[in-house]
Design a protein around this ligand. Sequence first.
Ligand code: ZN
Length: 305
Amino acid sequence: MTARAITFVEVGPRDGLQNEKMLVATADKLDLIRRSIAAGARRIEVTSFVNPKRVPQMADAEDVCAGLPATGGVSYIGLVMNARGAERAIATGTLHELGAVCVSTDGFAMANQGQTSAESVDAAKAIIAMAQAAGLKGQATIGAAFGCPFEGEVSEDRVVAMAAALAEANPIEVALADTIGVADPAQVTRLVRRVVAAVGPIPVRVHFHNTRGTGIANVWAAVEAGATVVDAALGGLGGCPFAPGAAGNVSSEDVVYMLHRAGVETGMDLQALIETNRWLAGVMDRELPSMVAKAPPFPKPVQEI
Ligand code: ZN
């Protein structure tokens, strides 16, 4: 049965901006985080702790964490790829969650992290344990869960087995990411159902990119199949270096519009997201890829007499 409410995770400050060539000022990133909170976001992926030579946009990870507003009830997430990143994230003292990443194929895991897929699962479990030992929450994402830029089709059995292995570390959730935006809704339905069955009662989160226009359909398929946590990025920013093309993450405002119209609560304020879209377009100096902010409001607001 479709959930009547999902937990919304804003990933714009990290995944949305990560591959933008224009370096966004730390102050603008913090403004985006503040505006997301004002729009209702209660979980926000604020940065990642990676090699700044590889990802220059995330070189200010510590500065972003130092500037985070101390807002009760908001969980700040730092994405980490290895133990060194986890140490940096824990040392900031302002994060509540560490997000680890493992990848479904050896080809991608080697290119991304210089390890096998199995080694990436072990590394993610170790990061979850480091988070827990530091009093933080730990969660993990299976990257390229629906298709791989190096190996093509990905075995669903492999992804289910990885999810079950991650669940052994007792994360707060296990996420499936369509890193390169190739998933289709039927595949999402099958895989999310299987992973929900494999890791329950641990919640399943989903992360889609709209590279080929299927992102929003995949969000719906995932929610119907039992996913209860959904990632999105304001404005639909967030291309992947392995997946050339303009479109990025599914956009926060498009996802929220769709879910609210379909009767699924997100806790988000659509109008505030649309206003933040306009602000962010100014920061990025271009129109953003998402749709809802370009369309007239629906239903039409009641006119004051
Ligand atoms: Zn992504």
